[in-house]
Design a protein. Sequence first.
Length: 402
Amino acid sequence: MAEAYIYDHVRTPRGKGKADGSLHEVTAIELGAQTLRAIRQRSDLDVGLVEDVVFGCVDPVGEAGADIARTVALKAGYGKTVPGVQINRFCASGLDAVNLAAAQVMSGNKELAIGGGVESMSRVGMGASGFGIAVDPSVAIDTYFMPQGVAADLIATKFGFSRDDVDAYSVQSHKRAHAAWEKGYFNNSVIPVKDINGLTILARDETIRPGADMQGLASLKPAFAMMGEQGGFDAVATFAHPDVEFVNHVHHAGNSSGIVDGAAAVLVGSKKAGKAMGKAPRARIKAYATIGSDLALMLTGPVDVTELVLKKAKMSLKDIDLFELNEAFASVVLRYQQAFDLDPARLNVNGGAIAMGHPLGATGAMILGTVLDELERTGKQTALITLCVAAGMGVATIIERV
């Protein structure tokens, strides 16, 4: 098979996903289009070389509906010959979009494609497209389906993470993200979002709280206790995992990923495409994998898929310099760190979604770009990117600098 290389990547800053958020006035189409325009301008790209645009979008309805990838490409001025396809694997959609773009290159079917994603959570609310497994008892009951927040609490309970543990991780995420911004680590890849007059609306991630501390977080009440206790999901949890006597509800808005708006794009191509563009590749996509996992725990897929992708790549944990795991909830990261006995200095070193937010369809592409920049900054070689996924799945990708 041919090899797929990363030639460039950009992302927008993440804006608070509410009506008073800085990006609320910008449609998902325009957010995505601004990333494609930036890719074009930064590389002086001949868009006629782009053979597909693959974009993740978890709620592709209303103004974000009807194959937003094609619409974004048209809005960005890529022309009528550039096709686009929207995909949805929930929280991992952005990374899967990059993997699918890479797969087309690896197969020899395409020479150059763009993977990425977009979500405007302030304009198209989370869950707007529905969630069949959650509302169909014939599926939900048989699979021990759980809401993600209760599942995160189940993970914390089953694997021994206290309220202090998850809150301390949240404080770390905010401090790392703030430090990364202050040191300019994101400057080369985050493009300011501009309005129709060319004026900057937002240039930095909007939800980072550098002053976050344990005392402030301790004042927040658990967000999923009522859902678990009165909604019956605590009973589902203990039935699916009888070793757990009760669910200790420890997650809240302060140690869970933020609801935000944002978009990202990653330029992926063959060596031949690089020569045609006159660009040297920045990294090679070495391997990628997807997997299904426990639906009651819901969010432990990153552990399972990491084992699988390492096997596919014929690598071990010691071969990976940096790990980037989406911070859907603090317990997800703590369980991953525990499962592999990872040094915290190798994992999410510049913060994550607890501090910066999780624009569902875009996050996977965003964190791939973040860790690539960190590899280049530190002179390291390999990184593994992974996300947990609703309905019990995991996606992972290994990249290697060239």
